[in-house]
Design a protein around this ligand. Structure first.
Ligand SMILES: NC(=O)c1ccc[n+]([C@@H]2O[C@H](COP(=O)([O-])OP(=O)(O)OC[C@H]3O[C@@H](n4cnc5c(N)ncnc54)[C@H](O)[C@@H]3O)[C@@H](O)[C@H]2O)c1
Ligand SMILES: O=c1ccn([C@@H]2O[C@H](COP(=O)(O)OP(=O)(O)O[C@H]3O[C@H](CO)[C@@H](O)[C@H](O)[C@H]3O)[C@@H](O)[C@H]2O)c(=O)[nH]1
Length: 430
């Protein structure tokens, strides 16, 4: 089939390359000329394992990119993969989505045949029906359900494993309100379901598909926050939280995934999506107590980590090494990294902060240009009074003699990965 994808960021680029690999003809439409040029040159505009190879293989053949919305006219289906950031009170900001939808609607005015528009972005329930569809109707002069169909297909890929998550998913969720739209979406995903026969297919309504995405992320974030709450209790009682969480994870009703206690969850999705569904719930008069607590526990973990540090070292004037700046290992993404509130608080307290990350230093430096950066964990530890371990990179688990070069060897481990050894004052957050 012929597919167009509006927005070629993290999601748009990954799904474009994967759809091309599945045999579809794909065109990406993006306003960023650098992104378009990279794709047409066979290069990935984002860092993601396996993506370069797919783009190199299909660019110029089944995959191309353009800034011109008219490319949509020669396709059967358009995916909207635009960013949906948080505004100040947690609601999603739809302005980028709306601008792109207007351009798409005006373009579709020129189209003679059926078309299917699929929301790929994460949007709160009713957005596709009550915001996107009316914009498409107004700007195309056409009627949804007659001249074109709309659908919703949430994306569950994770940064660092985006290609394999997309090509080998646990489930594919297709939301539709018309049988013609449902059939077209099914045809788009048939090659994927053939390649990944164990994937479950969930065919549902549009607003259910929208809510499944939030429920998925909210559940995972809540699971981590519950693990953190339990681990904090363990810490107060001198109970080993890892042994407790590993044990409960053996219960198949609980499962071991996302029970990793520590300094909490960050990234471009969990914080934004939990805040958005909480704000949306309040809008309709519901107080989502569990999800509010999920956010509160997450906000408290960095504060607890600094309290533990203060038990040993006064941060004012102390040299503090922050090990790990990315929001999780395997990525250079620092959006909502737990290192951000920690470094903010350390700087406020008068600490002399030195940060180290294997790949995320350049991105972190944009937010914190005035702290020091080291080019190895050993260099960051050299002469430091204390170290905070924030991201669970494997190389931090292997640190050993490097701690000997610290001035006061106080290590507060926010991910429970450093091995206790003689010669350091080791405190785990959980
Ligand atoms: N990043 C993830 O891991 C992930 C995973 C699942 C779902 N999501 C959701 O997918 C959506 C997209 O997220 P993302 O991380 O890919 O965003 P992104 O910011 O990486 O990419 C958005 C792209 O849209 C382009 N763009 C902006 N305005 C445009 C316009 N008018 N016309 C055409 N292109 C335009 C930008 O240039 C950019 O390349 C969000 O709703 C997000 O919550 C993200
Ligand atoms: O046991 C755990 C697992 C994760 N985390 C933290 O949780 C955050 C998110 O991690 P992860 O889910 O691996 O990364 P994302 O790439 O943000 O992926 C999430 O967000 C995406 C965007 O919505 C979804 O598509 C994915 O399904 C969902 O896992 C990171 O800060 C991790 O350090 C923990 O603290 N403990």
């Amino acid at each position: 089939m012929k597919l167009s994808i509006i927005g070629s960021g993290y999601v748009g680029t990954t799904i474009a390359a994967c759809f091309a690999d599945l045999g579809h003809d794909v065109v990406n439409v993006d306003i960023d000329e650098d992104v378009v040029e990279a794709l047409n040159d066979g290069r990935s505009p984002i860092h993601e394992p396996g993506l370069d190879e797919l783009i190199e293989e299909h660019a110029g053949d089944r995959l191309r990119a353009t800034t011109d919305y008219d490319a949509v006219l020669d396709t059967d289906v358009t995916f909207l993969a635009l960013t949906t950031p948080s505004d100040d009170d947690g609601h999603i900001d739809l302005s980028i989505m709306e601008a792109a939808t207007k351009s798409l609607g005006s373009t579709l005015a020129e189209k003679d045949s059926d078309h299917l528009v699929v929301t790929k972005s994460t949007v709160v329930p009713t957005t596709t029906e009550e915001v996107i569809t009316p914009i498409l109707e107004e700007h195309s002069g056409k009627t949804a359900g007659e001249d074109f169909d709309v659908g919703m297909n949430p994306e569950f890929l994770r940064e660092g494993s985006a290609v394999s998550d997309f090509l080998d998913p646990d489930k594919v969720v297709l939301g539709s309100n018309t049988s013609r739209g449902a059939a077209t979406m099914r045809a788009v995903f048939d090659p994927l379901l053939e390649r990944a026969p164990d994937a479950a297919l969930v065919e549902t309504g549009i607003r259910e598909a929208e809510m499944i995405k939030y429920a998925n992320n909210a559940f995972l974030a809540a699971k981590i926050s519950l693990a953190n709450d339990l681990a904090n209790i363990c810490k107060e009682y001198g109970v080993d939280s890892k042994e407790v969480l590993d044990a409960i994870g053996l219960d198949s009703r609980i499962g071991s995934a996302f029970l990793g206690a520590g300094v909490g969850w960050g990234g471009s999705c969990f914080p934004k999506d939990v805040a958005a569904i909480v704000a949306a719930a309040r809008d309709v008069g519901y107080d989502p107590a569990m999800l509010e607590a999920t956010m509160e526990v997450n906000d408290r973990q960095p504060v607890r980590m600094l309290d533990i540090l203060r038990d040993h070292v006064d941060p004012d004037g102390a040299r503090v090494a922050v090990l790990g700046l990315a929001f999780k290992p395997g990525t250079d993404d620092v959006r909502n990294s737990r290192a951000i509130p920690l470094v903010d608080a350390l700087v406020d307290a008068g600490a002399d902060v030195v940060g180290y990350d294997p790949v995320a230093t350049a991105n972190f430096r944009e937010k914190f240009p005035d702290i020091d950066y080291a080019d190895s964990a050993a260099a960051a530890l050299d002469g430091a009074d204390a170290a905070l371990v924030v991201t669970d990179w494997d190389e931090f688990a292997a640190l050993d003699d490097e701690f000997d070069a610290m001035s006061e060897a106080v290590v507060v481990d926010g991910r429970r990965i450093v091995t206790r050894r003689d010669g350091i004052v080791y405190e785990s957050l959980v």
